[in-house]
Design a protein around this ligand. Sequence first.
Ligand code: GNR
Ligand code: NI
Length: 172
Amino acid sequence: MAILHIIKAPDPILKKRCAPVDRVDEDIRRVMDDMLETMYAAPGVGLAAPQIGIHKRIIVVDTSNPKGDRQPLRMANPEIVAASEDIVLREEGCLSFPDQYEEVERPATVRVRYLDHENEIREFDAEGLQAVCVQHEIDHLDGVLLVDHLSTLKRSIILRRMKKFKKAAVSA
Ligand code: GNR
Ligand code: NI
């Protein structure tokens, strides 16, 4: 397994739509495992393939307590097949926007269908942080970022901050 570089905004790589996975084979499994290792090291509770520069519909999520047994979810072609009418406002972060936290509205619970690491179709109901996280990761696969849920003004403030942050990182 390997810890990979996480691409930071703004970057056109993060705005591309990702292609479906044909079949979860050994290569895709390796990507899933590298993504998990990268996510745990960050640390984060989710990661989408475009954040490591891979334009395939692959996400990993683990919202379990880091002090207990880890419960990694490896998903290819994840889809929301049902969402609650109940909408909740929650603060979100993103590893591609270091230190930025913003409130986003989303359905409180969602039913998710995906291919697991053995290429089996699975479905489960997510709630709480796990529901937020799965929706945030699926957004990434469609090039939709945290800031795309905000007002134009807030989005431009955060993107300006990210550009400055990148410049500072280059000259440091
Ligand atoms: O680590 C993460 N935490 C988080 C917190 C609230 C809502 C969404 C997230 S996802 C984020 C990791 C990330 O950027 N995934 O794409
Ligand atoms: Ni993110």
